[in-house]
Design a protein around this ligand. Structure first.
Ligand SMILES: Nc1ncnc2c1ncn2[C@@H]1O[C@H](COP(=O)(O)OP(=O)(O)OP(=O)(O)O)[C@@H](O)[C@H]1O
Length: 299
């Protein structure tokens, strides 16, 4: 379990992270989403003891990261895959990690294999690695100590489509075995498939926090009926709040399931039922962070 409480970071006059609170639970993947510069990395650095917070606290498995004995055995962290000595080989980096964590030597080969790096690739210098290979090595390093918690900053960066697919499977499997995963991205598609829970940050402030279903229902559901008047009567009867669109549909403040149940109950024929903004989560993400994005959304 990861708990973040009112975490803040100020650089001079600039408030980079402002009273951020959320939780990431065991057995699930929590996606930490936000546009460039929103404060994801700063939050994760504070959570892992690399940047001192200006205020607030965070705990992992009940204690601050700095108080974890042998932290690598409990929490696997990948913040910057390129922050490794370019002259060392991948295997050397993992050996060093294994030594520091007091792990058996075979764990190095197991970890390389786990992330799809061959023995030959493990013996190459990091400076000669592609970005995707560095990312895989970073994930191998995070998994080395067989931790219960993973904190990964943009782990899909540089991975090819097959690599992203592989990573999703790996993280999903980790969570299915009871692990806690927090991963950040500025790209919704990258994590919406695997994240059970989404925490959205914009300009240092949490703008949404919930399950995918919760967030979609917050954006509303568009419903169109064969008989618009009968549909409105049905929505009234079900005590759902809604507004009309210009072309005769309704945007309802409820999930698709709730609207479908109401129309079925009152026998109203529906010709269209979908997330209110068409692209669902993508639009919701763009709208939620529109004030913070560098490119403004006009939809
Ligand atoms: N050491 C620092 N000194 C001053 N400002 C900083 C420092 N570190 C981060 N910031 C600022 O804090 C804000 C948040 O940065 P952060 O790297 O956390 O964003 P991010 O959400 O991870 O972005 P990206 O998706 O681009 O990686 C940015 O405006 C950044 O310039």
């Amino acid at each position: 379990m990861i708990t973040v409480e009112e975490l803040s970071k100020r650089y001079g006059a600039y408030q980079s992270v402002d009273r951020v609170s959320f939780q990431a639970r065991p057995g699930s993947v929590t996606g930490f989403l936000g546009p460039n510069g929103a404060g994801k990395s700063t939050t994760m650095r504070m959570m892992t003891g690399l940047t001192p917070p200006s205020a607030g606290r965070s705990t992992i498995l009940g204690v601050p990261y700095a108080d974890l004995p042998n932290p690598g055995r409990h929490v696997g962290v990948l913040l910057d895959a390129s922050a490794q000595h370019a002259g060392r080989t991948g295997r050397e980096i993992l050996r060093l990690g294994a030594l520091l964590m007091g792990l058996r030597r075979q764990r190095v080969d197991e970890s390389l294999e786990l992330v799809g790096l061959s023995g030959d690739e493990g013996d190459r210098r990091i400076g000669d690695y592609s970005l995707g290979m560095r990312q895989r090595l970073g994930i191998a390093h995070a998994l080395l100590g067989d931790p219960q918690v993973l904190i990964l900053d943009e782990p899909a960066n540089g991975l090819d489509p097959a690599g992203i697919h592989w990573m999703r499977g790996l993280l999903k499997g980790f969570a299915d075995r009871g692990g806690t995963v927090l991963l950040s991205s500025h790209l919704l598609h990258e994590i919406e498939i695997i994240a059970d829970h989404l925490v959205v940050i914009g300009r240092g402030v949490i703008v949404a926090d919930g399950t995918k279903a919760d967030l979609l229902s917050a954006a509303g559901t568009l419903v169109r009926g064969l008989d618009p008047a009968a549909l409105a009567t049905c929505l009234d009867a079900a005590a759902l709040s809604y507004r009309s669109t210009q072309d005769g549909a309704y945007v309802v403040q409820a999930s698709r399931e709730q609207v479908a149940a109401a129309t079925a109950q009152y026998g109203v024929v529906v010709t269209e039922l979908r997330g209110a903004d068409g692209a669902g989560l993508e639009d919701m993400f763009l709208q939620l962070t529109a004030d913070d994005a560098r490119e403004k959304v006009t939809a």
